[in-house]
Design a protein. Structure first.
Length: 73
């Protein structure tokens, strides 16, 4: 967010672990996106008891679709 000179609230934080979702919340990002491309499975990311991402994706390809949908809304 700082590099792009944008407020964190206007940005999406994308990560592949529950700790990334926590980092997004702690930094005040507008949305946290968890993508199951790392060690954590889709089910683990979607059902983690402490960290709730705004969106959970199985692949980066799904993220592109999400961005397209959000832009059209």
């Amino acid at each position: 967010a700082m590099r792009a000179a944008m407020l964190p609230q206007a940005c999406m934080y994308v990560g592949d672990e529950p700790r990334d979702v926590m980092a997004a919340a702690n930094a005040g990002y507008g949305a946290a996106v968890a993508v199951a491309t790392g060690a954590a499975s889709y089910e683990h990311l979607a059902n983690h008891p402490q960290y709730r991402p705004d969106y959970v994706m199985r692949s980066m390809r799904e993220l592109v679709g999400l961005l397209d949908r959000l832009r059209s809304d």
